[in-house]
Structure formats: C-alpha cells, structure tokens
Design a protein around this ligand. Structure first.
Ligand code: 3HC
Ligand code: NAI
Length: 736
C-alpha cells in the first residue's frame, strides 16, 4: 500500500526484557480501510492513519472516512484509546483549499464537527504528528487529548496567508494551550513552529527523535492517558487565558505592532479579533464567532486573491515540456563573476543557502569594494538581531574572493553579473566555455540582452540560460529564469531547483527585451512621468499607487533604485528596443542635476538625515513645470482614478502582449513576478488577477479611450481585446 513506508507498524514485542516501561506491541491487523483512511487495532488502541496523498488535505472524502473510523473506534468496547497519524510525507496540510470556492468545505462532516467528535470522545485521542500539521491538520491535533511529534515536524496555522482565519477552533484552542501572546504571534504571522518550539510552549506533549518510533510513542501515550480516566478537553482549559485577561491592552499593542507589515490586509486583524473573542466569550460562542469570521473571509476577494497566489506559486514550478523526473544536475559549488551591486547580493544568496561560492572581479580594488559591501550587509543583519554573529561569519567564510579566473572552472553553477555590455558578456562567456567543467551551468544576470546571442559564443549553448535576480538580490525573492532557445531541460530543471534552494520564487520566462517584470514596468513608469508632465506631481502619483498597496510609488522606487541606473539603461537602449516611443525627459534632467536618488539624498524627492524619508522638493517641482511649459502642455489637475488607470492598465496590457508572445505560460506567472519583484499587494493577487477581478471589458474599454486620446501610445493588446469580447479572464487563458 503506498504511503505507509515511513513507519511500518511493529508486530513484535519491542523490548521483552523491559516490558513494563516499553510498549508491548501486538499487531492485530487492519480492521477497515477506505480510500483515504486506514483503521487498525494495536493492542487495545484504535490506530487511524490518514491516507490522502500528497498532503492528507481534508477533502470531503477524507472527512467522511475519518468520521466513520472515529465512530467505529469510539463505539468499540475493545478499544480504550485512539491514535490519529498521517501516512506518507506528513500528518496533514489542513482543509482542502480546492473545496473553498464551491463550498464543499461546508458539507458535513465539517472539520469543526470532526474535531468536536474527537474532543468529546469518552476515550483519549492522541495525535502522532510528523512532517507538517498545518491549518485544519493542526486544529485536529489541538482537539486531541495528547500530542506526540517527531523531531523536524512543522506545526502551524498558516490560514492568514490565504486571507482567512483558522476556521476549526484554532483561534480558540491554541491560546488555551500556549497562551495568548504566543498564539497571536503564530496565528497572525502564519509562521509554523518547529516541533521543538511547540514542545517548549506546551503544544506538544512528547517529542520523538525520529519518525520510526512516532506511532509507538503515540500508542504508549494513548494508553497512559486511558489509565488516567476521563480525557481533559482543550476547550475546558482556562489557566492560560486567565493570564491574558489581566492584560487586555496586549491586543491593541499587537495591532500597532503589525500595522506596517499588515497594511491593507484584512485577515490578520480578523485573526486578532478571534483570539480576543477566546478571552471573553464562552468556548461555544467563541468557535461560532470564529466560524462566521472564517466564512466571511473565505468569500472575500482578498482570500480569493491570496489562494490564487498559493496555487500560482505551485503552478510556476510546472513547465510545459519539462518532465517532473528531469535530471537535476548537482550544484555543490558556485561562482559569480562581478562583485558589484548584483554580484555581491547573488554571492550572498549562495552563502545563505550553504553553497560555497567563488567571486571574481576585474581588479583587486573592485573585489575589495564588493567584499566590503557584503561584509557590511551581514554586519547590518547581525546588528538588527536577525542573524547571529557566528552564522554571519560561517556564511562569509563560504564566499571566496579571487582574481584568478581559472578558479571558476570548479563551479557547477556560474552566474555572470558584470556590466550590461554585450561585447564584455560575450568575451566572458567564451572564456567560461574554455575553463568550466563539462556539466557546468553557465548563467547570465543580464537584464535586457539577448541570451541566445550570449549562448552562441560558447560550444555548449544548451548549458546557457539567464538567471535574472532583482535588486537587492539577497532580499528580493523573484528570480526570472530565462530559457534560451537551446537551453536543455536538465539545465532548466537545475536552475529551477536551485531557485528553491536559494529560497527564491523562480518563474520561467522566454527571451525578449527586458523579460517579463521589467517589460511591464516600462509602460507603468512612462505613464507616471507623462502624468507629471500633464499636471500631477510625484507625490500624488506615488500616493495613489501606495494606496493601491505597493510599498512605494514609481518615483520613490526610482529614487531607491538610483536615477543613474535608469539613465544608463536609457543611454544603452537601441531605439528599436523602445519601439521609438517618446519618454519624458524629466528623469534625465534630474540626473543631470546630480540628483541620483536616495544615494545623493536628492532625486524626485529630497531626503533628510536618515536618507530614506522622501520630502517634496521645490527644485523638482520647478523642473517639472518648466518641462510642461516647454512641451506646450497646459497643466491640469488629474483625478486619482486616472492616475491609477494610466499607470496600471498599460502594465496589464503589456502583460497581455507577453502572454500572446508565449514569453510566459500563464498569467499567474506574471502575477508572481510583480508580487515578488515589485511588492504588488498579495491581497490583490497580482496585476493580472486584479485585472480579472475588475473585469477585462472595463480594462479594455478604458485602454481604448486612452488610446483614442493618445493614438501614439496605449494601444490595447489584441489578447486583451479578444478576452474582453469573449467575456473571459486572463486566468482562463491558455497558450494555444
Ligand atoms: N489543500 C489542497 N491542496 C493542497 C493543500 C491544501 N491544504 N496543501 C497543498 N496542496 C497541494 C498543492 O497545491 C500541491 O499540488 P500540486 O502538486 O498539484 O501542485 C501539492 O498539494 C503538494 O503541495 P506542496 O508542493 O506545497 O508540498 P510541499 O511538501 O512543498 O509543502 C506544505 C507542504 C507545507 C503543507 C504546503 O503544501 C502548504 O503550505 N500547504 C497549505 C497549508 C495551509 O495553508 N493550510 C491551511 C488550509 S486552510 C484550513 O485548514 C482551514 C481550516 O482552518 C478550517
Ligand atoms: P555594477 O556596475 O554594480 O557591477 C558590475 C561589476 O562587474 C563591477 O564591479 C565591475 O568591476 C565588474 N566587472 C566588470 N568587468 C568584469 C570582468 N571582466 N570580470 C569580472 N568582473 C567584472 O552592475 P550591476 O548593477 O551589479 O549589474 C550587473 C548585471 O546585472 C548587469 O548585467 C545588469 O544589467 C544586471 N542587473 C542589474 C540590476 C540592478 O538593479 N542593478 C537588476 C538586475 C540585473
């Protein structure tokens, strides 16, 4: 039977000489099986094993089977205690999220009903947990009378990341077990605890050092509890709640603490309300309040958007034509060429993942400067308390600076991050071709150059691809993996696997100018600058986009990235790359005034002492007004709505073109690049999902109106027009 290999049930006496302390296990054989559950007797314990691969999600079928097995065990006089465990990789990932839209998750037996059955059972029920116990899986454990976990297990309530609150008693039982502050942290962040942390907090009663003896420990605890008499129900425990009733202000303090991080999100605040309800309402009312809140959130657009992101991340790992068993090449050593802004950050990504990495530069000075920057970054993380000094040193020790190009020959994965210059890159790749070992992957971090042209200078174009990191590379989670026309499946699969090791969200894109994220950025910033020429000011444009949920608007972002960076890119771009489109000259004028952004404390804004807080600057306003005059534009007030549409719809329109051209496989890939590359608000699901929720007919009509006024730009993409006409969404669209 698949999925049970990890803890075969022992059928012999484990330790006959020490039978009084060790459990004498007699296997009495399976009692019943269903498609998603196995139920058997071990001595007088009923052992229920969840078997719903891949993650034991509580689908309706699993819930029905679990109810039947529980009922059978409860009614059987020969059974004195019950153990629930998970087959396969984990205990359970919780409710089956795919049932949320259809409402099947509400069909009886619901998770809350099942957990009530467990908690009210007249005999003890113990959870034996391994792998993951998430969401409803964790809530089931909370309803049990005892919990045993294998070391390495993760236990958590990640519902908030899906835009919902735990809906099966998690917000009511968790604070009763581990206290309010710890429960709030866990539920509102959605971050799981390790088994060890959970044990310390009292959530787990016993830890086992491996999965092999997990079930045995569960059986043993179940029998011990049976001897103690009536099981203690979590719902009846009040001592940890009583502590918090003396400090009711902690909820508002917590709200203030998360205000910045949770801006715009509904679910974190709904979670806090539910935990607060646990304090003041009787348990039966508390769970009702929680369930109502759960249902309201489940139907919200925010939750739909966040669930969309959950599945988008998993979809992105599936690439057409790339078999799931494609060989992944071993990467134990890496090399980065160029230790500037990007190279330094990329080297840190490798070191943070425990991968030894060589960095090379053109001069000793540049190498020293690059290494100093890396050290400074680690130092800053240590001073913020986010990394221990020892860990920082260990990571730094994995980075080996050298001027000797030949050293790169040892690396399994090489990333070139030198200046954005085709001749230089071609020269570097020709040299890589001669020094690198035959299996090495040769990647470029170019942000706009043609990867096929770079690959063509090597004798192994199938081993070349693009790995486009976002700045700062050690922080931003997006990695565009650019598949060249000859990139082999193994090399692509290796880059995808590496992206996960580096904790990046890898999105495969095809070769085109600027790839997906930046290509969509250009029309967005172009429009922002035109709006400023026409009558808006950077402050207004930035406020509108900040209010949409971006961490900052386009002008503040440009100041952060550096106006010099954008200027140099514009200098090197061929007119054909910009399709001969006009761009505003204001950014160039600011650059020429020496205003490079935060680094010079002046850009679109001026910056005070901290160098980070933007303040309006009369010099910028003057430059803007003078430019409008020069262009003969009569400046007028621009409504916020127009700003939002003029910036966002062209970005979405470019996304439609990227889809048409087959640069990405699906619109959700574009959502991911904007979520992880530019901080588009997760609760809106990404720009393409957001467009779908606005209705593509509306987006198309608005674009068409803009195009009628400005015929030289903003032409609606044919795909946008087609989907609008057919009443379809980007989400429904599949490449022909
Ligand atoms: N429901 C439905 N499908 C799920 C699922 C769930 N809860 N969790 C995972 N899956 C699917 C994934 O979509 C994926 O499908 P695919 O192979 O077709 O792409 C497959 O299971 C494997 O998932 P992962 O690739 O994510 O597996 P990992 O081993 O990398 O990660 C995990 C395991 C950490 C458990 C991760 O899957 C996860 O975080 N799952 C979601 C956990 C969660 O949010 N639970 C709360 C659900 S809501 C709830 O319980 C409500 C309750 O309070 C009432
Ligand atoms: P940078 O100018 O900060 O760093 C480039 C480094 O390469 C310099 O330190 C330089 O000394 C070094 N270098 C030059 N010739 C070399 C050689 N022959 N051997 C070894 N090192 C050499 O540039 P940045 O910003 O790090 O960009 C690097 C690449 O990453 C470019 O292709 C750029 O387009 C791309 N990129 C840049 C992003 C950004 O935001 N800065 C974002 C994504 C990609």
């Amino acid at each position: 039977m698949p999925g049970f290999a990890h803890h075969a049930i022992p059928n012999v006496t484990r330790d006959p000489l020490n039978a009084s302390t060790a459990l004498v296990v007699l296997y009495t054989g399976p009692v019943s099986m269903s498609e998603s559950i196995r139920y058997e007797h071990i001595n007088s314990v009923g052992l229920i094993t969840l078997d719903n691969p891949p993650v034991n999600a509580f689908s309706l079928a699993l819930r029905v089977s679990l109810r039947d097995a529980l009922t059978q065990a409860i009614e059987d006089d020969g059974v004195t205690a019950i153990v629930i465990t998970g087959g396969g990789r984990m205990f359970s990932a919780g409710a089956d999220i795919t049932e949320f839209d259809s409402g099947v998750s509400n069909q009886s037996p619901t998770l809350p009903e099942l957990i009530e059955l467990v908690e009210n059972a007249p005999k003890p029920v113990v959870a034996a947990i391994h792998g993951n116990a998430m969401g409803g899986g964790c809530e089931l454990c909370l309803g049990c009378h005892g919990r045993v976990a294998a070391s390495g297990t993760k236990i958590g309530l990640p519902e908030v990341t899906l835009g919902i609150v735990p809906g099966a008693g998690g917000t009511q039982r968790m604070p009763r077990l581990i206290g309010v502050p710890a429960a709030l942290n866990m539920i509102v962040s959605g971050k799981p605890l390790t088994a060890e942390q959970a044990h310390k907090l009292g959530l787990i009663d016993e830890l086992t050092d491996s999965e092999t003896n997990l079930v045995e420990s569960g059986l043993s605890l179940a029998l011990q509890l049976a001897e103690l008499g009536d099981p203690v129900r979590t719902r009846d425990r009040d001592e940890r709640l009583a502590e918090a009733r003396d400090e009711p202000e902690l909820f508002d303090q917590f709200r203030r603490k998360i205000a910045h991080r949770a801006r715009g999100f509904e679910a974190p605040y709904a979670c806090i309300e539910c935990v607060e309800a646990a304090l003041w309402k009787p348990f039966s009312e508390g769970v009702l309040f929680e369930r109502e809140t759960f249902q309201r959130c489940r139907k919200s657009l925010q939750s739909k958007a966040q669930r969309h992101v959950f599945f988008a991340e998993r979809q992105a790992r599936k690439v057409q034509g790339l078999a799931s068993d494609t060989t992944v090449l071993q990467v134990t050593r890496a090399a980065v060429l160029g230790c500037g802004t990007m190279g330094g950050g990329i080297a840190m990504c490798f070191a943070n993942a425990g991968i030894r990495v060589t960095v090379t530069e053109s001069t000793q000075d540049a190498l020293d400067r690059g290494m100093d920057m890396i050290k400074k970054n680690y130092h800053a993380t240590v001073s913020k308390g986010r990394l221990s000094r020892e860990d920082a040193e260990a990571r730094l020790a994995l980075i080996e600076p050298t001027l000797d190009f030949e050293t790169v020959g040892n690396a399994d994965f090489v990333i070139e991050a030198v200046f954005e210059n085709m001749d230089l890159k071609k020269d570097i790749f020709a040299r890589l071709d001669s020094v690198c070992h035959s299996n090495a992957v040769l990647a470029t971090n170019t942000s706009s150059l043609d990867i096929n042209d770079i690959a063509a200078v090597t004798s192994r174009p199938e081993q070349v691809l693009g790995t486009h990191f976002f700045s700062p590379a050690n922080v931003m989670r997006l990695l565009e993996i650019v598949r060249g026309s000859q990139t082999s499946p193994e090399v692509l699969a290796t880059a995808m696997s590496l992206s996960q090791r580096l904790q990046k969200v890898g999105v495969v894109v095809g070769v085109c100018d600027s790839f997906a994220a930046n290509r969509m950025l250009y029309p967005y910033t172009r429009q922002a600058e035109f709006l400023v020429e026409e009558g808006a000011l950077p402050e207004q444009v930035d406020r509108v986009l900040y209010d949409l949920g971006f961490p900052m608007g386009p002008f503040a972002m440009s100041d952060l990235a550096g106006l010099d960076v954008g200027y140099k890119i514009r200098q090197h771009r061929e007119p054909s790359q910009t399709k001969n489109l006009r761009h505003s000259t204001i950014a160039d004028q600011l650059y020429e005034l020496g205003r490079y952004g935060q680094k010079t404390r002046a850009g679109w804004y001026q910056y005070g002492e901290d160098g980070r807080t933007p303040v309006s600057d009369p010099e910028v306003t003057q430059t803007i007004i003078a430019t409008s005059e020069k262009l003969g534009i009569d400046r007028t007030e621009i409504p916020d709505e127009e700003i939002l549409q003029r910036c966002m719809y062209p970005l979405i329109n470019e996304g439609a073109r990227i889809l048409e051209e087959g640069i990405v496989e699906r619109s959700s890939d574009l959502d991911l690049v904007w979520l992880y590359g530019y901080g588009f608000p997760r609760y809106r699901g990404g720009p393409m999902f957001w467009a779908d929720s606005l209705g593509l007919a509306h987006v198309y009509e608005t674009m068409k109106n803009f195009h009628d006024i400005h015929p030289d730009w903003l032409e609606p993409a044919p795909l946008l027009e087609q989907l609008a006409r057919e009443g379809k969404t980007f989400g429904e669209w599949r490449a022909p």
